[in-house]
Design a protein around this ligand. Structure first.
Ligand SMILES: [Zn+2]
Length: 135
């Protein structure tokens, strides 16, 4: 049997595009790019308080792979805090069960049921929306 590509399943994309430090005069440094799967790893381990085994199972990856993603996420967040950098969330290698969209007008993130043929923002009804992930 051919080796299956390791999916990094996540339930939902982060509900934000990024974070900015405040109280500093200007941000000129490159932002830290936090991958969706890194965000998910932090959420599962430090917010949902799952152990690495459970979190790895949910994401459909091995425990060592989860540990690597989690470690990378923590280092990036620490770097952003210590070096006063912005955090930008980027797509990475995440797989989501549903198609997720982002609204370019109000920045909300949402899914659209397959039965709905009108593609518009669930919050402000704008049609200026973008698909976040491919199925
Ligand atoms: Zn909107």
């Amino acid at each position: 049997m051919p080796r299956r590509r390791r999916l990094r399943k996540i339930v939902a994309p982060p509900g934000f595009k990024g974070y900015k430090p405040y109280g500093i005069t200007h941000v000129s440094k490159e932002p830290v790019e936090l991958l969706y799967e890194e965000y998910e790893a932090i959420k599962l381990a430090d917010y949902d308080l799952l152990n690495h085994e459970e979190a790895a199972n949910l994401m459909g990856i091995s425990r060592p792979t989860f540990a690597r993603i989690y470690e990378s996420a923590r280092r990036k967040i620490a770097k952003a805090l210590v070096e006063t950098r912005e955090i930008k969330t980027v797509y990475g290698n995440a797989i989501m069960d549903k198609s997720w969209f982002v609204c370019n007008d109000c920045n909300s993130r949402f899914t659209i049921p397959k039965t709905m043929d009108k593609k518009q923002c669930a919050l402000c009804a704008s049609s200026n929306i973008e698909l976040i992930n491919k199925q």
